[in-house]
Design a protein around this ligand. Structure first.
Ligand SMILES: NC(=O)c1ccc[n+]([C@@H]2O[C@H](COP(=O)([O-])OP(=O)(O)OC[C@H]3O[C@@H](n4cnc5c(N)ncnc54)[C@H](OP(=O)(O)O)[C@@H]3O)[C@@H](O)[C@H]2O)c1
Length: 360
């Protein structure tokens, strides 16, 4: 039985929390909340679990560490508060507690993460004899496990293209995803964070370089491209209302280039409702989203991944899968040697252990 603290209960964290409470091989010992409205409430209330757990949410990190959990599942927003989040993570790791998480998406390819983030985390792991593993659906699964699966079906490969094509209309996250991608921005307004030079490359360049390493090729350069689509009509959706002339779709990519040609491409097409960017790629068969890989080679391989759920919409299903990418590695990470763990370090059979909980 692993003793676990769930750190945050947002879009991803509340699904992680539900899974931890439900799993017989995990014991929820603590839960972190930042919002005053959540502090002191039972963990069950924060994730719509039917019975109280007796575990009350707190913002006291030291009190959570004093519980001596085997692992912290860290899903707090980090990209907009990197200094604070780095302090939290290094404190947990240096205290000898393992961490799996979805935050700090740069760490989905830890060997290629920038030094300012990698070094303190490495040092904290060394000091505490602990391990850190970060993953998600994208960045994460679509650029690593999905690609590895497709590549295993080819004898020769000339290019790899990964796409997340997703309608974010129902994604209730304007604060981070919406604002950073620039939904609602105008052509003559301030450049949204994603469009600043190097930002796309900083988020998805690590996975591109990791794939190049795995394939044993040398890239001439890693570059980014970005494109915006402005709506002529008003669009109303859960994320926001977009007025005519404002941005309602974005297309961006990180490309690993050899001899002037992109050979590894990680692309996103994100729109608000199907009315946005009608000429750009859509997911197949009326799906709201797809995580797709296309391998050109012998043979051509295409794998389309659709996540869905009987109760939640596909965006939430993506958040469940993001939580799963961290949580499913928890048991293995707890036994792993100290340090930063990359997806290729985790044996695939290890991540299915314990998943069929709730069945006799
Ligand atoms: N790779 C992927 O596929 C993928 C997909 C989705 C998300 N992510 C990443 O996963 C993380 C969580 O995403 P999300 O959509 O769940 O985010 P979210 O719902 O916007 O926020 C997550 C949590 O951050 C906590 N938080 C905010 N400010 C805080 C502070 N000052 N101190 C401590 N905690 C604070 C909030 O806690 P309270 O609720 O208590 O206020 C919130 O629950 C992000 O880093 C995101 O980039 C990755």
């Amino acid at each position: 039985m692993r003793r676990v603290v769930q750190f945050s209960t947002g879009n991803v964290g509340r699904h992680s929390l539900r899974a931890i409470i439900g799993r017989p091989d995990l014991e929820l010992v603590g839960v972190h909340a930042a919002s005053p409205a959540k502090i002191g409430r039972d963990a069950a209330e924060l994730c719509d679990w039917p019975e109280p757990t007796g575990v009350l949410a707190t913002d006291d990190v030291d009190a959570l560490l004093a519980l001596r959990p085997d692992c912290v599942v860290y899903t707090a927003l980090a990209e907009t508060r990197p200094v604070e989040a780095l302090e939290e993570l290094t404190k947990i790791l240096a205290a000898g507690i393992d961490v799996v998480g979805t935050s700090f998406v740069w760490m989905a390819a830890p060997r290629h993460a920038q030094e300012w983030i990698r070094e303190p985390l490495e040092q904290a792991c060394a000091a505490g004899g602990s391990s850190l593993y970060i993953n998600g659906i994208d960045p994460g699964y679509s650029g690593d496990t999905l690609v590895h699966t497709a590549l295993s079906l080819a004898t020769r490969v000339s290019s790899v293209t990964v796409q997340e094509i997703f309608d974010y209309a129902n994604y209730d996250d304007y604060e981070y995803t919406g604002a950073s991608m620039g939904f609602g921005s105008t052509e003559d307004g301030e450049l949204p964070p994603l469009f600043l030079p190097g930002v796309v490359e900083s988020m998805w360049g690590g996975p591109v370089r990791s794939l190049a390493d795995g394939l044993g090729i040398t890239l001439d350069e890693v570059r980014q491209r970005t494109e915006r689509w402005y709506t002529p009509e008003r669009i109303e959706c859960t994320m926001m209302t977009v007025e005519p002339g404002q941005m309602a779709a974005v297309r961006f990519a990180t490309e690993g280039v050899v001899d002037g040609e992109p050979v590894i491409t990680l692309e996103h097409v994100n729109r608000l409702t199907p009315a946005a960017a009608p000429d750009w790629d859509f997911p197949p068969e009326n799906h709201i989203g797809v995580h797709r890989v296309v391998v050109d080679g012998d043979p051509r391989v295409e794998i389309n991944t659709h996540v869905s759920h009987p109760l939640f919409d596909p965006t939430d299903a993506g958040c469940i899968s993001t939580a799963a990418r961290a949580l499913n590695a928890l048991d293995w990470v707890c036994d792993a040697p100290a340090g930063l763990i990359a997806v290729e370090d985790v044996p695939q059979p290890a991540i299915i252990k314990g998943l069929m909980w709730g069945r006799k």
